[in-house]
Ligand binder design. Structure first.
Ligand SMILES: [Zn+2]
Length: 462
């Protein structure tokens, strides 16, 4: 068996994955800023993290995943004030919507979703440690991280910080590319802003400190995996490393994984700023199926490649999901067996190769195509069909898009058995009644010398 290899942004290379604690993976994922509905590009990143989580679980690891909810940040403060609401009142609707969207896309829940506003004490304590160790300074009542005091600054983003201007600093939470400046840890209160009274003064946290404080609280000072979108690399993750490692003197995170952007149909990065984004809710109201959206976002491209989001992509995803459903129906078995060995190995190896789901799905469809030929020629044995079904279940542990007809199967099998019994006692009227009943369910029977086979057909019009 090959080892699980993951691309580490820190080294720029594929590395064998070895967790700090044998058998247990501790992972932190930057969560949503709950000032609006998350857009579909955000969900590409959350689905990549769901893929990673599922692969780790399928590899047999126990996973402790923490995803923060950023509920205090420039835009939230501004919008809450505009609505005359507290932060909690304003963010509640978007937190609720976020979890609904996770369920719609079948994104598995993390173990914890800590909120920034509930960890002010931890953030202040961390800033105090940084202050004691000489990594901060105060200007106009705000506390800043002095990045020249942390020589490793810029390693994750591979930035050149030699031209760094001493004392150049930035107050906004999210700032421009490749512009390393001293960033704010604690912001002095502005008129009209919700604030907290702390030993650092009256104010509120900068954006970056929350992820250091909450990840280390729940996962320890050093943990295995930190994920996000590529636009988190700088400044956010660079700042997280500086805050955490300057405070503890330890390596903060072993593996940094980042998902590439989702692009619009003309190849622009989808973003709130460009207003070229779509929300999940928009897509659902246009009639797209959640399973197709999920499938498109996880298989459309490898997570480290940009993916162009288009109606064609969704259409192709929809038909791929239907083909998987149909395959499950044609196999007509519960899959109570071991997955077919060869395809399982190819599937697992592709996923262990930096989560190459597009390749894994390619192998799966080759297998399905070949197996369909065997089914059509009647060569597939019951054991082979059970193995194929077990493989489909194995794949679906990652994909989570197939609707297995097992509940229907059981009902169909029962009716077929009743029909067989009726035929044996020469009650042909009853046997035909059952045949008609099945036809209304969209099931067509075919009596062969090996017994009765069935397949799904469009139900007759009433
Ligand atoms: Zn973060």
């Amino acid at each position: 068996m090959t080892a699980l290899r993951l691309h580490n942004t820190m080294s720029g290379q594929l590395e064998d994955f070895v967790p700090i604690e044998a058998g247990h993976v501790r992972m932190y994922t930057c969560g949503p800023t709950v000032h609006d509905f998350a857009h579909i590009g955000n969900f590409r990143t959350f689905l990549f993290e769901d893929l990673l989580r599922r692969v780790l679980l399928q590899q047999g690891y126990r996973v402790t995943q923490v995803m923060n909810l950023t509920d205090v940040e420039d835009r939230i403060i501004k919008k809450a004030a505009e609505h005359g609401q507290t932060i909690d009142e304003f963010t509640e609707q978007y937190i609720k919507a976020f979890f609904e969207d996770l369920d719609t896309l079948r994104i598995e829940r993390a173990e914890r979703y800590p909120r920034a506003t509930q960890h002010i004490f931890e953030m202040v304590s961390l800033i105090e440690v940084l202050r004691e160790k000489g990594h901060t300074y105060v200007s106009d009542g705000s506390t800043y991280f002095h990045i020249a005091s942390f020589p490793r600054y810029g390693r994750l983003a591979h930035l050149d910080v030699s031209g760094l201007r001493a004392g150049a600093r930035v107050d906004v939470d999210d700032y421009g590319k490749d512009d390393p400046r001293d960033f704010v840890l604690w912001k002095a209160r502005q008129p009209g802003e919700q604030s907290w009274e702390t030993p650092l003064g009256v104010g509120r946290p900068g954006w970056h400190i929350e992820c250091s404080a909450m990840s280390m609280k729940y996962l320890g000072e050093s943990f295995d995996i930190h994920t996000g979108g590529v636009d988190n690399i700088f400044p956010h993750h660079e700042n997280e490393i500086a805050q955490s490692e300057a405070a503890t003197g330890k390596t903060f995170v072993r593996y940094w994984l980042h998902a590439e952007h989702l692009q619009d149909a003309v190849g622009e990065k989808m973003s709130k700023r460009l207003k070229n984004f779509t929300t999940l809710r928009d897509l659902l109201s246009e009639g797209y199926q959640p399973r197709a959206i999920r499938y498109a976002l996880i298989t459309g491209a490898h997570y480290r490649s940009p993916l162009a989001f288009s109606p064609e992509l969704l259409k192709a995803a929809d038909s791929a999901v239907k083909r998987l459903d149909e395959f499950a129906v044609r196999l007509g078995t519960t899959g109570d067996a071991q997955p077919t060995t060869e395809i399982q190995h190819r599937w697992d190896d592709a996923l262990r190769d930096d989560l190459n789901l597009p390749a894994a799905v390619g192998h799966l469809f080759e297998f399905i195509k070949a197996f369909n030929t065997r089914l059509e020629s009647g060569k597939a044995t019951p054991e082979e069909r059970a193995g194929a079904m077990a493989m489909l279940h194995h794949a679906n542990r990652i994909l989570d898009v197939v609707e297995f007809p097992e509940a229907v199967d059981a009902e169909v099998e029962k009716l077929i058995a009743q029909r067989q019994a009726a035929r044996e006692r020469r009650d042909f009227a009853r046997a035909d009644e059952i045949r008609q009943q099945l036809l209304r369910m969209g099931i067509q029977l075919d009596d062969t010398k090996d017994g009765t086979r069935w397949k799904r057909v469009p139900p007759p019009r009433p």
